[in-house]
Ligand binder design. Sequence first.
Ligand code: TXA
Ligand code: MG
Length: 357
Amino acid sequence: MLLPPQIGRQSLQCSKISKMEKTVLLDDSENDIVKASEMIKNGEVVGIPTETVYGLGADALNPEAVKKIFAAKGRPADNPLIVHICDISQAETLAYNIPKLFYTLAENFWPGPLTMIVPKREIVPDETSGGLETVGIRMPSHAVMRELIKKSCPIAAPSANRSGYPSPTTAMHVMNDMNGRISAVIDGGESRFGVESTVISFDDDSTVRILRPGSVTAQMLSEYAENVIIDDAILNDLAEGRDAPSPGMKYKHYSPKADVKIVEGDYKAFAEYAKKIKSDNLYCLIFDEDDFSELDMNYLTYGSDSTEQAHSLFARLRELDERNAGTVLVRAPQKDGVGLAVYNRLLRAAGFEVIRV
Ligand code: TXA
Ligand code: MG
């Protein structure tokens, strides 16, 4: 089927949830935020909006509540959760031996999409840290999330997708994955950035190691840190025998049902390759400015620059599943700046399969 251009270029509405038996959809009113904070204080799990992606939030210091997050997601117990705070003083109650650089980066990038890993205090349960002696801490900027933390407690939250599936960037995505599995979802609008936070650890007082790239880029970090190392596992499958510096690296990620392949090359070569293997359930995911009339086949677009691509990538991967795409050829994004985050998610969605044309 050839899609008319107006369909190819716009996002499909997410399929409506026909029944909401157990999971309540809340809005961003004061009243509903209070309701959600009560649920969290009661040890329940709530779908929460953040500026990166939606999360599944629960009381970070309550092991029983945290276990419910793992059950709802189907997440392996050794994959730790990020703890979200709304005030820097909370970091000190959760962690010790915090390097000076942590504070410098907090001053410059918090509230925002940066998670920093530091040694955890005993108050952080093993359930939250996945058995590690460290904890990842982030102060989000989304107003609803900040209000929710203020009214409740530090909130542990992974992305709100079923384990292995693309992260959700709207409340409807969360409902699609979690309806009946959690108490409520707060609709706080579309996530601004669209990819998860940058995760870093500290090799020493002046060196940060990026374990997961995000919207706080290596270039941005290098304005404050003497050395910024991009971990090998960001662009390569974890080397055999190497311990994962971040447990998330071990697991399959961001995968829609379709078979995703990254195609690296200019648009002309991309289109030629796509035409050669064209079939009914083959889709192309290309840039907005690419000339779709060259293709004569199914396609969607995911923006022009890295910021737009980060914003829409996960929504497009979900949309491709709704359309029953079999194989998806994705035009490779840039690999620098925020583009590195987009490329890293695509590499995992594609199981590291890259075709060079
Ligand atoms: O933007 C985000 O970070 C979102 C929103 C909800 O805040 N959260 C998120 O969480 O993406 P999650 O659990 O889907 O991804 C967190 C990643 C995982 O790969 C996990 O292994 C890693 O961070 N991580 C968390 N704590 C860690 C720790 N103490 N040491 C090493 N890696 C850690
Ligand atoms: Mg995740």
